[in-house]
Design a protein around this ligand. Sequence first.
Ligand SMILES: [Zn+2]
Length: 41
Amino acid sequence: MKKKICPMCKSDNLTLDIGGQTGKYRCKKCGYLGPIVIESD
Ligand SMILES: [Zn+2]
């Protein structure tokens, strides 16, 4: 399974940044905004 995680804090608590560019996510934990990392399980 593939998992989306924050490159900064490795949290998976992410939301798609609506209104921004496609593929940008916001991390609810650390506030990171940008492309995310997809890891295989
Ligand atoms: Zn984060």
